[in-house]
Write a protein that binds this ligand. Structure first.
Ligand SMILES: Nc1ncnc2c1ncn2[C@@H]1O[C@H](COP(=O)(O)OP(=O)(O)O)[C@@H](O)[C@H]1O
Ligand SMILES: CC(C)(COP(=O)(O)O)[C@@H](O)C(=O)NCCC(=O)O
Ligand SMILES: [K+]
Length: 257
């Protein structure tokens, strides 16, 4: 079994594969204080609940939070007797090296999304990932990550409105019935929903103009289907793109190690 771990700034997702077959996925909040023992109690209980015997032989990790990697390494060593591949570390090979400014640290999630999108669609792609940040990753004809855009995340924007303005409540993101809100919550939801539809439209359009070649747009992250209700923003929506990218990079390393 292969365990793929995707740590974002908000959530950490574990996904288990048996060969090419998907077995299970579990989500928890990202907390750097969580110890290896805590991870294992959580993971093993959920696996037991599903009636799946734990038989992990390989682990690959992508983490946008560097501090959590230490305890995940301990988890792999102590409970799975395996050394994990950590995307972005020198000993983890990438199918195609990124082409960015020298010395730039690309978020590992963006490298993983690029590998996953290239494997499924070939190159010339924009991946839009609605995470803590909303990222746009440009994947060239040969699968290389060649740059992109980082915008504030949807929930971050809503949270910022609530934190900074005394009279604005916490609201959940949803598609409002009308653009013109007739109460505070509806006004905020309209601003965030239509604002982000506009962000995605405008940024993908400008990337396409600058790139000067036709490009597909793939949306990922839990909020992609919601925003797709606002307008035609994506050619494809693939919620499992990051996990697929992790399996692609793992396979590449097994074949080229
Ligand atoms: N299906 C969903 N519906 C509503 N909100 C979601 C959904 N999936 C994720 N979110 C929210 O989007 C934010 C980013 O989520 P996530 O993709 O887990 O971020 P990250 O990968 O940066 O940790 C979180 O605040 C989360 O609560
Ligand atoms: C932009 C990000 C914060 C997005 O992370 P996430 O929303 O998945 O937690 C992450 O990819 C990151 O820390 N990137 C480093 C800078 C870069 O990619 O250029
Ligand atoms: K992410």
């Amino acid at each position: 079994m292969l365990l793929c771990i995707d740590c974002g700034n908000t959530n950490t997702v574990f996904a288990v594969w048996d060969g090419a077959e998907f077995v299970a996925t579990f989500r928890t909040s990202t907390e750097h204080q969580r110890t290896a023992d805590q991870y294992y109690v959580w993971f093993s209980q959920l696996m037991e609940h599903r009636g799946i015997r734990i038989d992990i032989h390989g682990v690959i990790i992508s983490s946008t939070v560097p501090r959590v990697v230490f305890n995940l390494r301990v988890l792999c060593d102590r409970y799975f007797a395996t050394r994990p591949l950590v995307v972005g570390k020198p000993d983890c090979l990438l199918p195609t090296a990124p082409r960015v400014d020298p010395g730039t640290q690309v978020g590992p999630d963006r490298l993983v999304n690029s590998a996953g999108a290239y494997d499924r669609h070939g190159g010339d792609i924009i991946v839009v990932d609605f995470g803590t940040a909303t990222t746009f990753d440009v994947v060239a004809h040969d699968g290389a990550y060649v740059g992109g855009v980082i915008a504030p995340g949807v929930n971050l924007s809503l949270e910022a409105l609530h934190m900074a303005a005394a009279a604005l409540p916490h609201v959940d993101v949803t598609k409002p019935q009308k653009v013109i809100g007739t109460n505070t919550v509806a006004c905020m939801q309209s601003g965030v929903f239509w604002g982000y539809v506009g962000v995605v439209q405008s940024i993908t359009e400008r990337i396409r103009a600058e790139y000067e070649k036709p490009m597909r747009v793939v949306g990922t992250g839990g909020l992609a289907p919601l925003f797709a209700q606002g307008d035609v923003l994506f050619d494809d929506i693939e919620e499992d793109l990051t996990m697929h990218g992790l399996t692609v990079i793992h396979r590449y390393n097994m074949e080229h190690a």
